[in-house]
Design a protein around this ligand. Sequence first.
Ligand SMILES: Nc1ncnc2c1ncn2[C@@H]1O[C@H](COP(=O)(O)OP(=O)(O)O)[C@@H](O)[C@H]1O
Ligand SMILES: [Mg+2]
Length: 245
Amino acid sequence: MTDAATRDDARKPAQVEAPLLRVSRLNKSYPTPQGPVAVLKGVDLTLARGESVALMGESGSGKSTLLHLVGGLDQADDGEIVIDGVDVTWLSDTGRAALRRETLAVVFQQFNLIPSLNLQANVAFQARLAGRFDPAWTDELIHRLKLQDLLERYPEQLSGGQQQRAAIGRALAVRPRLLLADEPTGNLDEATADDFMALALDVVAATGCAFLMVTHSERLAARLQRQVRLSAGQVRLSAGVINQP
Ligand SMILES: Nc1ncnc2c1ncn2[C@@H]1O[C@H](COP(=O)(O)OP(=O)(O)O)[C@@H](O)[C@H]1O
Ligand SMILES: [Mg+2]
C-alpha cells in the first residue's frame, strides 16, 4: 500500500478504495497443431488507482498475452478482469472497442504512429476519435513530453525516442484510467530509454492513471512503484513469492 493510500485510509476509515484493476485466476491457452498450450495459468494481479507496476518475465512467459487480455485486444479462456469496478472479461467486440476508447490506452514497442499525419495530428488522433479532444490538456502533454518544436514533423522525420514520446502523448490525450505499455523502450537505446521513462512517469503522474509496463530492464522496472514477474503462467512478486490479489 502506498503512503498516500495509507493517509487516505486514516482520513476515511470506513472507505476501502476498490482497485483500478483486478485480474483473478486468469487462464489463456493458444491452439497449436500439438493441441492447446496454456500460457496463463491462474494469473492474479491487482493495481491500485494511480499505481505504476513493472511486469517482467522471460521471453515467451505470456507478458504480451496478459496485456492483450487486460487491454481488450483478445479474450481469456477463464477467470476475471475487473477495471474500475466493471467486469470486462466477457465483453462483446463492441464492448471491448468501447473499453479501449474510453477507459484505457496502450503503447506498443513499435510506436505505431500514423505515417500520413504530422506529430500534432498524431497526438490528437485518438482523443478526437473518442470525442474527448481537450486542447489545453493536449498542449500540456506536448510540453511535458518536450515535443513542442516537432509538431509539424511526420513520423519518418522523427527519431525513435521522439516517436515513442508522441505515442505516449497520443495514449494519454484521452485521459485513460489505465495505461498499458508493452516494452515501450524495446526499440530505444539506453540513454533514450532513460529520457523516455522520466518523461513518461511525469505525464503518467499528471494524469493520475494506473500504469502497467512490460519491460526487460531491471533498471527501468526499478523506477516504477512495484515489480512483478510472470513465470510458469502465474504472476509472482519479483522475489519469487506468489502475489496475492
Ligand atoms: N496468437 C498466438 N497463437 C499461438 N501461440 C501464441 C500466440 N501468441 C502468443 N503465443 C505463444 O504464447 C507464449 C507467450 O507469448 P507472449 O505473451 O507473446 O510472451 P511474452 O510477451 O512474455 O514474450 C509464447 O510461447 C508464444 O509463442
Ligand atoms: Mg511480448
